[in-house]
Design a protein around this ligand. Structure first.
Ligand code: ADP
Length: 328
């Protein structure tokens, strides 16, 4: 385990040992780290100020991201542990050992419909919680859905990355263009094209969830650039690529939910609340599994050594201090 903490703020280095890179985001890297006192594994998201200000057209939204992370408390939303500002911004997050959902949905090894339902139910609960708390995520995509377990398919998932999120005031119309094109709702694209009455709200998250569910169930994206038709036209027309042989293996109820989420008119599109009431999700066994996973997670913290007890206050020598002593 090498300490890769060059340039990190002293207070952060005092508390954490930095290790390998877990992922790369738009504004920097996400590193694995260990809390010295408890041996707990965490993820540290580094937001490179220079890179973000100079090279990125995404507005630097760190304050909002941290504000939202501090505010939210839901088993399907990533939690913040610490925040540091130095040369860069450093957000310490709970670690999701299973990585991105993105890597689990590629064909031919695609997810079973049962697993898709368990994951999608959790995404809906997370986004319902956000909407109830006046937060629109605006950048829901497979890369921002993280899995708790690298080996167990039936596991908790968490929605992450609030870098594009918006805290709603009284008026819920938003007019900033953001989000990844593949998952962008038609009303967002229409606003960009200069249509009158621009602005969009919570319904954009329902659209992106529709795109995610489509990919999870089929293993391919609903909209993708072709020589015949550009991505924007396909999205605005709501005409997704439908491959009969693949969808023949998916239930009619699941397909019905996809269609109702990929509804071009945001007024007619299902809300998150309505999606949760859809027949496909009325599955008591799936909900029981979810509740069991939540209970398990509450009693099993993310420890470095499985089965190791949390250090007690009177345990003076823990982690690296102890290691140093032993080497002397
Ligand atoms: P950005 O906002 O810059 O796009 P993200 O927050 O999406 O950055 O993080 C980039 C990648 O880092 C993610 O797609 C994922 O692979 C990894 N990652 C982020 N947060 C965690 C976490 N809490 N646990 C494990 N991996 C993470």
């Amino acid at each position: 385990m090498s300490d890769q903490s060059m340039g990190f703020p002293p207070a952060l280095k005092e508390k954490y040992v930095i290790s390998k890179t877990l992922g790369t985001g738009a504004c920097g890297e996400v590193k694995l780290a260990f809390e010295r006192e408890t041996c707990l594994k965490v993820a540290i998201k580094i937001i490179n100020k220079k890179k973000c200000l100079l090279e990125n057209d995404r507005p630097l939204n760190v304050e909002t991201e941290v504000e939202i992370l501090k505010k939210v408390d839901h088993p399907c939303l990533i939690k913040i542990k610490d925040f540091y500002e130095g040369e860069d911004f450093y957000i310490v997050l709970e670690l999701m050992e299973g990585g991105e959902l993105f890597y689990k949905v590629r064909r031919p090894a695609k997810l079973s419909e049962e697993t898709c339902k368990l994951y999608f139910y959790q995404m809906l609960l997370a986004v319902q919680y956000l909407h109830q708390n006046g937060i629109i995520h605006r950048d829901l995509k497979l890369e921002n859905i993280l899995l708790s377990s690298p080996s167990e398919e039936k596991c908790l998932i968490k929605v992450s990355d609030f870098g594009q999120s918006k805290l709603l005031g009284e008026s819920s119309l938003m007019q900033t263009l953001c989000g990844t094109p593949d998952y962008l709702a038609p009303e967002v694209l229409r606003f960009e094209s200069g249509a009158k009455g621009g602005g969009y709200g919570r319904a954009v998250d329902a659209w992106s969830l529709g795109v995610i569910l489509f990919i999870c169930l089929s293993g391919y994206p609903p909209f993708s650039e072709t020589p015949q038709k550009c991505l924007r036209d396909q999205i605005c027309a709501g005409s997704f690529t439908f491959i009969q042989e693949i969808w023949d293996h998916v239930s009619q109820e699941a397909l019905d939910l996809v269609r109702k989420l990929l509804e071009v008119d945001p007024i007619r599109r299902l809300t998150i609340q309505e999606a949760l009431l859809h027949p496909w999700l009325q599955d008591e066994e799936m909900k029981r599994i979810f509740q069991e996973l939540v209970s398990k997670a509450e009693t099993a913290p993310n420890l470095l050594v499985k089965g190791r007890k949390r250090p007690r206050a009177e345990d003076e020598l823990v982690g690296p201090t102890k290691a140093r002593k032993l080497q002397q």
